[in-house]
Design a protein around this ligand. Structure first.
Ligand SMILES: [Zn+2]
Length: 122
């Protein structure tokens, strides 16, 4: 814990993404948008300064084709989100995830501790 407090904000954010995306890749069995193999953790609303960046709803397992080659396969992603959460709720979530957000150091440390634990315990 002490060591994390010495790190820069930039380092903490990178580290938080590493443990968070590992958690997502472990959680999901199939690519959210095509049902293929999970190789990445892919965002619905993209952007590392957006409120959805570390959201368990906004990030789902994806294959490399959908996440990288199709830039998230957004059309399909949106359809799947609407199917999973309902059209209205999905629209609200999109608005929420699209807000600008800056994580504080302590929030990033919390994320790291939370998801690193989940990962280590299994
Ligand atoms: Zn896919």
């Amino acid at each position: 814990m002490k060591e994390l407090e010495k790190q820069s904000q930039r380092w903490l954010k990178k580290r938080a993404w590493v443990v968070f995306s590992k958690f997502i890749r472990k959680r999901d069995k199939r690519c959210f948008t095509c049902g293929g193999k999970v190789e990445n953790a892919g965002h619905w609303k993209h952007g590392h300064t957006k409120a959805g960046f570390f959201s368990e709803q906004n990030v789902n397992g994806q294959c490399i084709r959908c996440n990288l080659h199709l830039s998230g396969n957004l059309g399909e992603y949106t359809l799947k989100m609407a199917k999973k959460y309902g059209q209205k709720k999905a629209e609200e979530m999109w608005k929420e995830f699209s807000k600008d957000y800056n994580w504080t150091r302590s929030e990033l440390i919390e994320i790291i501790n939370k998801y690193a634990q989940d990962h280590d315990n299994s």
